[in-house]
Design a protein around this ligand. Structure first.
Ligand code: NDP
Ligand SMILES: N[C@@H](CC=O)C(=O)O
Length: 357
């Protein structure tokens, strides 16, 4: 039997779904792979539950009754004290601060898995420094769910690139929430604000939906893909069309924005009215390697096209390379939601487990 110790930061929609999936796969993993995944920490932004012997599968009730306020240095002390073999820290937060702790986690002996896209979209200096520290400590950093949730985009692209295949262009719908929003809003007589709320309840939007509506989430994904094929790009170089009127983005707090989303109804009706009978609206990401351009924008797309045909919260990625010149490599499927994302993170745990003794 091989034991992997897991520390989960961010038991929100994705994180708690992951814990549910881990619990229900416990026996299956032991029998099919000889693998024990032992959860030794669950922490949100203020409280942590620690148990070196393993947190029970009904972690939620223990978290409510026994978690304690914590500071990050206590986490480091805990890891240093117990020297857990095969320790993997999982970031299912959406925090812009937490990725700065990855260095300490790695120095305390942990591998990292991130659903959070922030670490890969900070400055290139941060991106490269993190990889240096990982290499020095012989630690893995895996983040398949950063792009396309549970769809195998990052690894596919990396394998193409590392095998020497020249990637020329990537184009597609990279946002599950915007996909759902435009699919529903285009075809149903619902107010935009209602559709946006539904996308949140279904777990498609970011905790702050402005990240999706402003195009920032798609911009981040484009940058992650560009960096995966070793293009030295910064977030500021991504050209992004925001779908939020200025008065509701920059200066509003999240609470204010959430209380004013009905103000978006008229704004989005205008987009809808631009759509012709045989067209749908698609918010796309496009990376042109030769031009070195990264762009996120709203377009009108023929209903009959591959991009036009996607449904629900689907994503679609068209990857053009030397070999896939005329007919791109296409990956399509559910591109958001706690269940598929958690399953993708689970896949990352197994990927790291295979590399460890
Ligand atoms: N939903 C999806 O389809 C996909 C999501 N992702 C990514 O997954 C991540 C999680 O999304 P989601 O589950 O919807 O978000 P939620 O808001 O539901 O959950 C976030 C969790 O992180 C916790 N948290 C915040 N800051 C910290 C911190 N500094 N340390 C520890 N915990 C912290 C929050 O706790 P508290 O209550 O204390 O703030 C909360 O438990 C995001 O980064 C998102 O981009 C990636 C791919 C797809
Ligand atoms: N908010 C994101 C979730 C996955 O990354 C999206 O809408 O695609």
């Amino acid at each position: 039997m091989k034991t992997i110790h897991l520390a989960l930061f961010g038991p929100g929609k994705v994180g708690s779904k992951l814990l549910e999936q881990l619990a229900s796969s416990e026996e299956h993993l032991k029998e099919s792979s000889g693998l024990i995944l032992k959860l030794v920490l669950v922490a949100d932004s203020s409280h942590a539950l620690l148990n070196p012997k393993g947190i029970k599968s009904d972690w939620d009730s223990d978290f409510k009754s026994s978690s304690k306020k914590y500071s990050f240095s206590e986490v480091e002390d805990y890891f240093n004290k117990h020297q857990f073999k095969n320790l993997v820290s999982i970031d299912t937060t959406a925090s812009i601060d937490f990725p700065h702790k990855y260095f300490d986690l790695v120095n305390a002996g942990s591998h990292i898995i991130a659903a959070n896209k922030v670490a890969n979209t900070l400055s290139l200096e941060f991106y490269e420094r993190l990889r240096k520290v990982l290499k020095k400590n012989n630690k893995n950093f895996v983040y398949e769910t950063n792009v396309g949730a549970g769809l195998p985009i990052v690894e596919t692209l990396r394998n193409l690139h590392l095998s020497g295949e020249k990637v020329t262009r990537i184009r597609g719908v990279f946002s599950g929430s915007l996909s759902y929003i435009f699919n529903t809003f285009s075809s149903e007589q619902k107010e935009f604000s209602k559709v946006l709320e539904e996308a949140g309840v279904l777990g498609y939007t970011e905790p702050d939906a402005r990240i999706d509506l402003s195009g920032k989430d798609v911009g981040r994904k484009l940058l992650i893909l560009a960096r995966e094929i070793q293009l030295k790009k910064e977030f500021e170089e991504v050209k992004i069309e925001s779908l939020i009127p200025h008065q509701l983005n920059g200066d509003t707090t999240l609470e204010e924005f959430n209380s004013r989303i009905s103000e978006l109804n008229g704004h989005f009706e205008k987009y809808k009215s631009k759509q012709l009978k045989d067209e749908v609206l698609r918010y796309i990401g496009e990376l042109d390697v030769e031009k070195g351009s990264l762009e996120a924008k709203l377009i009108r797309e023929p209903k009959a096209s591959a991009l036009g045909q996607i449904e629900g919260a689907d994503n679609i990625f068209e990857i053009y390379t030397e070999s896939y010149k005329d007919q791109p490599l296409v990956i399509r499927g559910a591109g958001a939601g706690a269940e598929v994302t958690a399953r993708g993170v689970f896949g990352d745990i197994l990927k790291i487990s295979e590399r460890l003794n």
